[in-house]
Design a protein around this ligand. Sequence first.
Ligand SMILES: Nc1ncnc2c1ncn2[C@@H]1O[C@H](COP(=O)(O)OP(=O)(O)OP(=O)(O)O)[C@@H](O)[C@H]1O
Ligand SMILES: O=C(O)[C@@H](O)C(=O)CO
Length: 428
Amino acid sequence: MAILLGCIADDFTGATDLAGMLQQAGMRTIQIIGVPSTPLPADTAADAVVIALKSRTTPARQAVEDSLAALQWLKSAGCRQFYFKYCSTFDSTDRGNIGPVIDALMEATGSEITIACPAFPENERTVYKGHLFVGDTLLAESGMRNHPLTPMTDSNLPRVLQRQTRHTVGLIEHRIVAAGSNAIHESLLQLQTQGVKIAIVDATSNADLVQIGAACAPFPLVTGGSGLALGLPQNFRAQGLLHPVEPAQQAPSTDGLRAILSGSCSQTSQAQLRHILDYGVPGFALDPLQLAATSDALPRLVDDVMAWATPRVENGPVIVYATAAADKVKRVQSALGAERAGAIIEEALAAIAKRLVEAGVRQLIVAGGETSGAVVTALGINRLRIGRQIDPGVPWTVSLGDRPIALALKSGNFGSTDFFEKAWDKVP
Ligand SMILES: Nc1ncnc2c1ncn2[C@@H]1O[C@H](COP(=O)(O)OP(=O)(O)OP(=O)(O)O)[C@@H](O)[C@H]1O
Ligand SMILES: O=C(O)[C@@H](O)C(=O)CO
């Protein structure tokens, strides 16, 4: 069985976001953690595969290497088109990794031109005249300016991407997008004659994304947020290549204790944390400075968390978090360095996840992409089935294997304020 659409996501929450969107748009979708060493079993029923990498904040060279390995695997699976998924807030730095990965994937897919479109209107990410908006606010004036690892301080996407790529970046403005897929396609071909290789594309609505998807049918590579997924299935459906998503292919049910781990410091996650603590769910706050103080601090802290969690988790969900406001994060980062602080906390939350699962937790919410990457890797999970959507961009998933675990990998910025409370209503 050949897969039609091969996707490479630069983080784990982004991967489930994309997998959920594709499944909703009618493609049978499987999420794979990291690049597999073997092909998919011959009887796997899937139209799209999303490979989740943890390449958003690794050194650019590593991100390129991992993305090319994913591409190679997807090519061997027979994929006809490739999709590089990054964050709807274009999370990156001047070193990458969006630009270097696009450059490498373009070369490896023989692409003359591709698009870059992070818009996700359902979650209020829109692109207009090349500027990225989060709600009514320009990206650089949103909470993203304080992101612990990829602070976004420029809202002009052609300018941001041009600093990361060796290719010329162009722009397809909204008046062309509004004229429909033929106009977008013509504009891409015209930009190509002018030497442009990557076009930022304006999009302010789902209808725009559907037109953009149609315009991209002939291109081997597309890049963007998960919103772009709305427009691609139609191209395969028009060729009679899609099969209906059967209930049997959706996530199996799980049973067990419940926990929440939050390493995201977004304003959304902070509000969700305050809400769930006010609601009465027991919480344990990790102290990054304490974790970094001595070499045995981590195992001791994990023991402390388990001693605290064990009697409580029998009665309902518990939350363990490093989530903190920007001023607190800055204090920790100036003491430890941003990378080290992030890595220590990820390591701690991953170790806690393992112990919680050993103690019987089978339904787990994880907030934050880097955090989810660390947790899912530590749990040794390698494939996920996509379940019901909790909020736009956040579906429940269930790990495939002997010991299924329901996982909701929540992007930092996604979900309503009561997300940690209401998610359980839809748990598989
Ligand atoms: N109190 C803290 N001080 C410093 N760094 C922190 C703190 N709490 C969490 N971090 C780190 O901040 C980073 C948050 O990134 P993560 O990707 O998990 O969340 P996010 O960016 O909000 O989510 P997403 O990528 O889904 O949008 C992680 O590396 C985490 O370890
Ligand atoms: O696109 C988004 O905003 C999310 O899927 C994401 O990538 C968060 O890490």
